[in-house]
Ligand binder design. Structure first.
Ligand SMILES: [Zn+2]
Length: 296
């Protein structure tokens, strides 16, 4: 890493398609929060599921960020290159008896209400071809989110023992993200509120693995008229590389910032420089979702 700052932030898209307005908002918020505190801003490709990743998507994400003036520090970390690190963390937890095999089907878990009840804990399926789950304790995880405020979750009652390695052999998001945030020495995580409910699982894994816990801030997620998160799955309109400035202005306003009216027509660099100086995380709406115009 070229800079050693007290603040290290990151943007971590999965290359399952082009960036859309919702991704721009997440990238911009994490960028402005980092740069306004003199921090570095890293980029990570969460490319653990090749079946969902068109080959050109990662390169398109990089070129889009570039056009929008969102320049990252250092080299891009690709999760697909990090499998050995995930295996090592998993083996550490396995050695400590915290992980067990589970061959329950999705239907079985739905039938018990979606919260896994630990029914495979004593079955000794460890070397089976099923999923691997981590044992969670019966206590409440507490943390303060810089935007959404005080949070709490009972892992046992609201989530249950959760998957670290999926049945198909893919490393689960929860484990990969924790291992990589530690590896990249990330101190501040700014991301969409759709991940707020995942955070207690990540805090728990950090504690198990002896990693420090970063600061968290969860921004509202842009949703369409039906309340669905803008996503590649819902065919959100890709960002238009022809008009980065207009979309950046809109993203600033979405985040509750109040760009001066004379910034209309300014290039991305000017908008971002304004954003870095004026970034006010307390102005970000303390909401889980914000609906946006249907043409997105
Ligand atoms: Zn099971």
């Amino acid at each position: 890493m070229s800079t050693k700052a007290d603040y290290i932030g990151r943007f971590a898209p999965s290359p399952s398609g082009p960036l859309h307005f919702g991704s721009l908002v997440a990238a911009l918020a994490s960028y402005l929060d980092a740069r306004s505190q003199g921090g570095s801003w890293l980029l990570r490709m969460e490319d653990l599921d090749p079946s969902r990743e068109p080959p050109e998507a990662a390169a398109l994400i990089l070129s889009t960020l570039d056009v929008f003036g969102l320049h990252w520090d250092g080299t891009v970390l690709c999760q697909s290159q990090r499998l050995a690190a995930y295996a090592e963390a998993l083996a550490d937890l396995q050695d400590r008896g915290l992980v067990y095999g589970c061959d329950c089907s999705r239907l079985q878990i739905q039938a018990i209400g979606g919260v896994y009840d630990g029914r495979c804990r004593q079955r000794q399926l460890l070397n089976s071809a099923g999923a691997l789950r981590v044992v969670v304790p019966d206590d409440t995880v507490l943390f303060v989110d810089a935007i959404q405020g005080q949070q709490q979750q009972s892992l046992l009652k609201e989530c249950g023992d959760f998957v670290l390695r999926r049945k198909d052999g893919l490393i689960a998001y929860q484990l990969a993200v924790v291992v990589d945030d530690f590896f990249q020495q990330v101190t501040h995580i700014v991301r969409g509120s759709d991940l707020l409910a995942s955070t207690p699982r990540q805090l728990y894994l950090q504690r198990l693995l002896g990693f420090p816990t970063p600061h968290y801030a969860h921004i509202p997620v842009a949703v369409n008229g039906s309340g669905q998160k803008l996503s590649k799955q819902h065919f959100a309109t890709p960002l238009d590389q022809q008009y980065p400035a207009a979309q950046l202005l809109e993203a600033l306003r979405f985040l509750g910032q109040s760009p001066d009216t004379d910034l209309a027509g300014a290039p991305p660099e000017v908008l971002l420089a304004w954003g870095v100086i004026h970034w006010d995380i307390q102005a970000v709406p303390k909401l889980a979702t914000i609906p946006i115009q249907p043409d997105r």
